[in-house]
Structures are given as C-alpha cells and as structure tokens.
Design a protein around this ligand. Structure first.
Ligand SMILES: Cc1ncc(COP(=O)(O)O)c(C=O)c1O
Length: 357
C-alpha cells in the first residue's frame, strides 16, 4: 500500500475548492468588494501595520478585538470567536460537533465550502434541494433531520449563489425542530439590510457566522462566530492558539475605526447591484434573479460553459455554476464598480449575441 492510499476516501472523491487565477482580468467571481482602500486611509493602515511586533506571536484569541467586535454586534465578549476567515470557523464547527452521527445538512445550491469542509472533517453530508423559488423546503429538511440526525445545519442568509433571503418562518421552523445546531451565515447580510442575530436570544441552538471578506478586507481573512458563551467556550478549544495573525488583527481594528467609510461602499454596491440587475435583464437569453447580496445569480438560454470561456477571452471572470439538474447554464456575477459592471455587460452582450447567432 502506498502512503497516498491512506488518504480518507471522502477526500479522494471530492475535487476541492478551485479558485481560478486570472491576472489583469475584470474580476467578478469571488464576491469581493470592488473598492480597495484609498489614500489617505491606506497610508494610515500601513502605518498601523508598521507598528506590529513581527518577532512576536499575535495576541492569542485576540481579546481586545473580540471586545470591540462584541460591542459592534451588541453581544458579550465571550460570545465571540474570531477565525482565519469564516472558512476556518466552519471547519472548527465541523470538527467539534457530533450528533448521533457526525453529519452536516446543507440546502443546495449553497456555499460550496460547507460540503467540502464537512467531507474533509469526516462528516456525512445531507443535501436537501431548495424549492423552485430557492427557499427552504422545510418538510424535506425535517424528514432528513429525523432520518439522519445531522449535528449541524448551515443556512446562508442571504444565500450564495442564489442571492435571496430564506423565509424567516421557515428558518425558525428548522431551528425549532432540529436537535442540532443551526449556523446562520450572514456573510452577505450587510447588503440585505437584514440580520437574524436577535434569534440568539430566542433559541439556544443557533450560532451566527460573519466575515469582513465581503466588506473590503478579503485579503486579511477575518471571520466571526457569534453564539452562546457555552458553545463558544467549547469551540474555542478547537481553535489554534494564533489563528488570526497580527496584521489581520490590525486591519480588523482599522475596519472598526473607519466603519462609516466601509458602510458607504456597501451603499454604493447596493446601488450598483440594481443597475447591474437591470442591465442583465436587458440582454436577450439572460434571466437574472433578484438579489439581496453583492452578487447576482442568472441563468442563460445558452451553454454557460461557452459563455464563461468567451467572457474569459474578453478579460472578464465570473463564476460558472453549470451544475445540472439543479443549476443548468447558471452563472453568478459579483457586483463591481461602475466601470467593471459596464465592461461585464458589454462583454456578455457581445458573447451572447455571438452564441445566439
Ligand atoms: C456564504 C459564505 N460564507 C462564508 C464565506 C467565506 O468567507 P471567508 O472569506 O471569511 O472565509 C463565503 C465566501 O465566499 C460565503 O459565500
């Protein structure tokens, strides 16, 4: 037997998360904030980073930052845990939680990392398709809760890639009926103007996930878990001691200092989202879905693989989600700056006209 044969079967079978690298492209595939930090703020941030003691470990568990984010979210410090992006926190949840079986339930389609991380951490993955309106199919979820006992359920609010908010009553119906923990991932909540955070007071089996990645700090990898102090205390034992490096901690503090500037960018993105939606609607063969996030999901009446490749040739990169039967010829585009949106719409019009011809 070769050493490589010792790798878990689930890991062999899955292909991992593929993040394409296209230098110089109009990058609209990863739901990042299109605006980078401009002068004079950029200089201030670099000055703060210059004061980091590079020879020392970062503050373990980032207590000061947790205190500040606790205030930001209106909770107590011991209800917050920071992670190297929310991906790391998803991993910690998947490592730590186990019901009658080690299992994770996810609606589909949703954020692909839930499934990838669940498999990598030895969980059984239960996938339940969304209904035709991309909302939760509560009956199907409750059936699978009964038959499979997943310890964890991930719900993205708004959902990626579809961009909609699941119905709150349906979410609560799931929370009430599951013996497991429901993770409400609010990575895109700032763009929806809605949060379910008050549910923390109502139910003890919900936990919230959030991130700075969509708000202008994707490079710094800063995610949050917000939940009851009992569960956070246990999850904190799984966290590696220095999981959030000093530069990331500095950047997160800077985000809080200048949160008004970052909120203006959110407003701008929301305004651009509506323009982009109308632009997509105006292209023959393209059907965009309304979005409460910083991206728009759309279907094409063409082969989306070809559209994707033609867009790449035009220097524009979006996310191709051609995954039949649930998502045939679907794509997701991140809301960009005015110039990026225009470049994308122009390129899409050109390549769809060619396909249609
Ligand atoms: C729903 C959702 N949750 C979490 C993440 C990951 O965030 P982070 O960059 O903090 O790991 C993403 C990233 O695309 C996402 O779409």
């Amino acid at each position: 037997m070769k050493i490589i044969d010792l790798v878990e079967k689930g890991i062999w079978k899955q292909s991992g998360y593929v993040a394409p690298e296209f230098m110089g492209a109009v990058k609209m595939d990863a739901n990042e904030n299109p605006f980078s930090i401009q002068e004079p703020l950029r200089k201030k941030l670099l000055e703060e980073m210059g004061r980091v003691a590079f020879n020392r470990y970062p503050a373990a568990g980032a207590p000061e930052l947790r205190e500040r984010f606790a205030k930001y979210y209106g909770v107590k410090k011991d209800m917050i845990m920071l992670g190297n992006g929310s991906d790391e926190l998803i991993q910690i949840l998947c490592l730590a939680l186990k019901g009658k079986i080690k299992g994770v339930l996810v609606p589909v389609p949703t954020f692909s990392m839930y499934k990838i991380i669940a498999i990598n951490t030895g969980n059984k993955v239960v996938e339940v398709p969304l209904d035709k309106k991309f909302d939760l199919d509560v009956d199907a979820i409750l059936d699978r809760i009964k038959s499979d006992f997943p310890a964890l359920i991930f719900l993205s609010y708004p959902n990626s890639p579809t961009g909609n908010l699941f119905n709150r009553n349906r979410i609560e119906a799931v929370i009430k009926k599951t013996p497991g923990l429901v993770v409400i991932d609010e990575a895109y909540a700032s763009f929806s103007g809605r949060t379910l955070l008050p549910l923390l007071k109502k139910y003890d089996n919900v936990i919230f996930l959030n991130t700075l990645s969509k708000l202008g700090m994707a490079s710094m990898r800063l995610g949050f878990l917000i939940g009851s102090r009992d569960i956070i205390a246990q999850l904190d034992k799984v966290r590696l001691p220095y999981n959030v490096n000093s530069l990331s901690q500095t950047a997160a503090g800077f985000f809080l200092d200048y949160q008004d500037e970052f909120s203006l960018q959110v407003d701008e993105i929301v305004a651009r989202r509506e323009e982009l939606y109308l632009g997509l609607k105006g292209i023959a063969g393209i059907r965009p879905y309304p979005s409460k996030a910083n991206f728009i999901f759309f279907s094409c009446s063409f082969d989306s693989n070809r559209i994707y490749n033609s867009l790449v040739a035009e220097g524009v990169i979006v996310k191709n989600l051609n995954m039949p039967p649930l998502m045939s010829n679907c794509m997701r585009v991140t809301v960009g700056s005015k110039d990026e949106n225009e470049a994308f719409l122009k390129a899409l019009k050109k390549v769809t006209e060619k396909q249609g011809a």
